[in-house]
Write a protein that binds this ligand. Structure first.
Ligand code: KIV
Ligand code: ZN
Length: 385
């Protein structure tokens, strides 16, 4: 089994979500929970971006012991120096330095020639390696880069001492087939690629971030980057909880293992949602309110007989403790009777049948039927009879 490292950037790329601004205490709280979740590497922020980011990266680096802590830097010595000041006391100082490699970014944003970009990348990796034992280098907008150029710059930064090569799909443009092919191409073309870890970093503009990350794993990536609940710039980043659970449930297919403590997923998701103010869609995989809820009578009947009929993930696996049966107009008699018994009403068939008819009338008028509604139905029946 291959080990896949989880790199969480909730506190850096995730905080770049419009409207999100975490304070110092909130960042520490999230970092400690990420450590409990079993995250291998926490990207705690962008130290050169602000005094607040610097302070929180420094504090997180000093208190988090079971995860590595890293910070982002542009390819300028000032950013690397500031990141070193923030990270030098961490258990395993690790830098994440990036430069863009696509023609669009090099021409318009950097206004540098490809040769100048290669020269800068090499210089900055060497500069970073004089301080940091571990240096991750990212090719921003890698998926819109010219592949032979990408291979050339990767080869040069590997020679300069980079330990991890990250291939970001910065604008969420790629597809699983194309993204996987980039990893295969680099592995076939760059001579010493086996000396470094390959990393995937996907954005979700086309809703493909998780699928693309899983494709990267199939093609040799051993590090996956993303955020809790998939928060991040624009449509967000790959949801780490979805990738972790996919690798677990389909271990037969991916043949990979992780350090992730899956039972901490729900707690982490709730904390990030509460502190960022970013609510989770009810139908979001793994952490949405409806992810483990069954409403239709046929499904409820199946799940009550044997949960695996309609559940490929048990809610407990990811720390969800909720009644999976939601009573509504699609519910059947089996689920209805079952809930009555759970509430302490063991009634003869005839009474259950007449209550069930009243329940259906009520469910036609009301979206969710609560336990209080059921109590009211039973008590009304007892008063009337
Ligand atoms: O999406 C991206 O390209 C990034 C880099 C800074 C790694 O977040
Ligand atoms: Zn990103």
């Amino acid at each position: 089994m291959r080990k896949i490292n989880f790199f969480d950037t909730t506190l850096r790329d995730g905080e770049q979500s419009p409207g999100v601004n975490l304070n110092f205490q909130e960042k520490l709280e999230i970092a400690k929970q990420l450590e409990r979740l079993g995250i291998d590497i926490i990207e705690a922020g962008f130290p050169a971006a602000s005094k607040g980011d610097f302070q929180s990266v420094k504090e997180i680096a000093s208190i988090v012991k079971d995860s590595s802590v890293t910070g982002l830097a542009r390819s300028v010595t000032k950013d690397i120096d500031i990141a070193w000041e923030a990270l030098k006391n961490s258990a395993e100082p690790r830098l994440h330095v990036f430069i863009a490699t696509s023609p669009i970014h090099m021409n318009y944003k950097l206004q540098m020639t490809p040769d100048e970009v290669v020269e800068t990348a090499v210089k900055m990796v060497k500069y970073a390696k004089e301080r940091f034992p571990i240096v991750q280098w990212s090719a921003e907008d890698a998926c819109r880069s010219d592949l032979p150029f990408l291979a050339r710059i990767v080869d040069e930064v590997v020679k300069a001492g980079a330990d991890v090569i990250n291939i970001p799909d910065t604008v969420g443009y790629t597809t699983p087939k194309d993204y996987g092919a980039i990893f295969s191409y680099l592995r076939e073309t760059v001579p010493n690629i086996d000396r470094v870890a390959l990393s995937a970093h996907c954005h979700d503009d086309l809703g493909l971030a998780v699928a693309n990350s899983l494709a990267a794993i199939q093609h040799g990536a051993t590090q996956i980057e993303g955020t809790v609940n998939g928060i991040g710039e624009r449509a967000g980043n790959a949801s780490l909880e979805e990738i972790a659970v996919a690798l677990h449930i389909r271990k037969d297919f991916y043949e990979a293992e992780t350090n992730m403590v899956l039972s901490e997923i729900k707690r982490t998701s709730d904390l990030v949602s509460k502190l960022t103010g970013m609510t989770i869609a009810p139908n979001k995989a793994i952490v949405g309110k409806n992810a483990f809820a069954h409403e239709s009578g046929i499904h409820q009947d199946g799940v009550l007989k044997e949960p695996t009929t309609y559940e490929i993930i048990s809610p407990e696996l990811v720390g969800v403790n909720q009644n999976p049966i939601v009573l509504g107009k699609h519910s059947g008699r089996h689920a209805f009777r079952n809930r009555l018994v759970e509430l302490g009403f063991v009634l003869p068939d005839e009474q259950v049948n007449s209550l069930f008819a009243k329940f259906k009338d009520l469910a036609d008028k009301k979206k969710d039927i609560t336990d209080d509604d059921l109590f009211a139905l039973v008590l009304q029946k007892q008063v009337n009879s």
